[in-house]
Design a binder for this molecule. Structure first.
Ligand code: SAH
Length: 359
């Protein structure tokens, strides 16, 4: 592409690395789990999906227990989160489980095949779609974990000529390299003071998905939960990263063979949702969210009567999911909750009220 048409944007590079039909990372492999390139929260422990299930039940009750709920997950990976959440919903809210349908939105055929296996015995009938717009209207409870970090970003770098879009080109040595292109960005949209070399990231693709979700919630009512790593406020920084075999790699080193992601700007997502008229709660840290939903209590009952090894394993998962140290997810990951109607759902209702934005 670069040889034929010149340097490409970071967004086009990002999309090609992950989604190219022949060589794209998600099209060619199953990247999850200890044997894969990275581990996500649902793959660490069933506790994660079970607590999401409990949250979804709370949301359903807060919305007045509507019949015919559409349980929608975008980017379900191996289907583990959907399976764990459904098990809890079936046990604790049979009325919800019996009238609901489940909708998995997935662009990778390979992962869809794995999801079908994981969900072969699902309590709630599952349907697959390639876009959320293909899910028929109806009261919606939607969730996604580590979806937004996998949607492309554009980067702008602060040069002597002002902010310029960062492009990917081929250097004199034949290797991929970054360069500054001609496109610029409206300075009024940038935060505070910038120094030379600062990078600002925008993600129109993420905002478009968020706007689509928010519009759906306004139209059909319901609640959505977005979980991902990222920051609460927009700011400068290069967060593009590549991961391979549980380790960081150079982002230009092996296109299509590494997972390519970037941190999610939750302020931008909240603003996109509020612009569609959705109620937006201030995001919580994943640790606080899981603890408020009863992580420790559920871990205790899961470990009761089990061997010391299993109990130790459960303790380690709890630490990894909710701990705040290096390599733990509790602080790095954020949980954004948005709703169509103005409902209060625990644990978000223990914070300040919802706002039209996150500023
Ligand atoms: N939620 C899972 C997987 C996260 S990885 C987990 O927590 O384990 C990202 C997932 O999003 C993969 O399933 C990937 O194939 C899917 N995906 C990427 N882009 C997508 C898009 N535009 N629409 C739907 N799914 C997408």
């Amino acid at each position: 592409m670069i040889a034929a048409a010149g340097p490409i944007s970071v967004a086009d590079y990002f999309s090609a690395c992950l989604g190219d039909p022949e060589f794209g990372y998600y099209r060619t492999r199953d990247p999850f789990g200890a044997a894969g390139d990275f581990t996500t929260a649902p793959e660490i422990s069933q506790l994660f999906g079970e607590l999401i299930g409990i949250f979804l039940i709370e949301a359903w009750k807060a919305h007045g227990r509507p019949a015919g709920t559409r349980l929608v997950e975008i980017g379900p990976g191996r289907g583990t989160l959907m399976a764990d959440a459904q098990r809890v919903i079936d046990r604790l809210a049979p009325e919800l489980a019996q009238s609901a349908t489940a909708h998995l939105v997935e662009t990778s055929e390979k992962l869809e095949a794995i999801q079908r296996e994981t969900l072969a015995g699902a309590q709630i009938k599952c349907h697959w779609h390639t876009a959320v717009t293909d899910v028929a209207d109806g009261f919606t409870l939607l969730f996604c974990n580590e979806l937004f970090d996998a949607l492309p970003i554009r980067q702008f770098v602060n040069t002597e000529d002002g902010f310029r879009e960062r492009l990917v080109t081929v250097g004199d040595d034949g290797a991929l390299a970054f360069c500054a292109g001609a496109a610029t960005i409206d300075r009024d949209t940038l935060p505070g003071h910038a120094v030379a070399g600062d990078i600002f990231e925008i993600a129109p693709a993420r905002e478009a998905v968020m706007a689509e979700i928010a519009a759906r919630l306004r139209r059909c009512d319901g609640t959505a939960l977005v979980i991902d790593y990222g920051h609460l406020e927009s700011g400068y920084g290069d967060t593009l990263q590549a991961v391979r075999k549980q380790e960081y790699a150079g982002v230009l080193d092996a296109p299509g063979e590494c997972d390519l992601t970037s941190h999610v700007d939750f302020q931008a997502l909240g603003t996109a949702a509020a612009a569609e008229g959705a109620k937006v709660w201030p995001p919580m840290n994943q640790g606080g969210f899981l603890l408020a939903l009863g992580l420790l209590e559920r871990a205790g009952s899961l470990g009761a009567g089990k061997s010391p090894d299993v109990q130790q394993e459960i303790r380690r998962s709890v630490e990894r999911l909710a701990g705040t140290g290096q390599g733990q997810m509790g602080n790095l990951f954020k949980v954004l909750c948005i709703s169509g109607a103005d409902v209060a759902i625990a644990p978000f209702n223990s914070l300040a009220g919802p706002s039209g934005g996150l500023s």
